[in-house]
Design a protein around this ligand. Structure first.
Ligand code: SF4
Ligand code: SF4
Length: 67
């Protein structure tokens, strides 16, 4: 089991993590962050495996994985 934290202020809303997550737990928000991007958010984290694929692929190092 795992859990992730997404730093919405670092996120540029590229959406790569939404594709990378094998459980499809990450989506982009409707709201904008202070840089004007729609940041990623994770839902249903009880299904997170802690695989860290999302964190490894994020170009802005915005995702921290806890196992
Ligand atoms: S750690 Fe793995 S399962 Fe959890 S949100 Fe990231 S990619 Fe998805
Ligand atoms: S990969 Fe990183 S920068 Fe891109 S949407 Fe996900 S958290 Fe944001």
């Amino acid at each position: 089991m795992g859990r992730i934290d997404i730093d919405e202020y670092r996120c540029k809303g590229c959406g790569i993590c939404t594709i990378a997550c094998p459980k499809k737990l990450i989506t982009l928000c409707d709201k904008l962050n202070n840089q004007g991007y729609s940041p990623a958010e994770a839902r249903c984290q009880e299904h997170c495996t802690g695989c860290a694929l999302c964190a490894e692929i994020c170009p802005d190092v915005a995702i921290t994985v806890f196992r």
